[in-house]
Write a protein that binds this ligand. Sequence first.
Ligand SMILES: [Zn+2]
Ligand SMILES: [Zn+2]
Length: 99
Amino acid sequence: MFCPKCGSLMHPRDGKWVCDNCGYEMPIEEKQEIVEEAKKKETIVIKKDIETLPYDESVICPKCGHQGAYWMLQQTRSADEPETRFYICPKCGYRWREY
Ligand SMILES: [Zn+2]
Ligand SMILES: [Zn+2]
């Protein structure tokens, strides 16, 4: 971390980055909070996506045994291979692929 004011190397002190050269201070970003925020967003997106997915009542969740799951097609990396069907359990959220 370098000081945005004078370009000197900054040192962490009392939860802040402190420039020994000019005394500039800035807060150390809470990385944990950023991760939590990203997780929250991801969960919201998944939930929203699930509501629009088709539902298959004939499959059983291998994790919790719930009958019925949402499914979606996901293109594999190789264009030659067929699309893979993924299932999502509405009860426990477990995801698995069809073999
Ligand atoms: Zn400085
Ligand atoms: Zn399940």
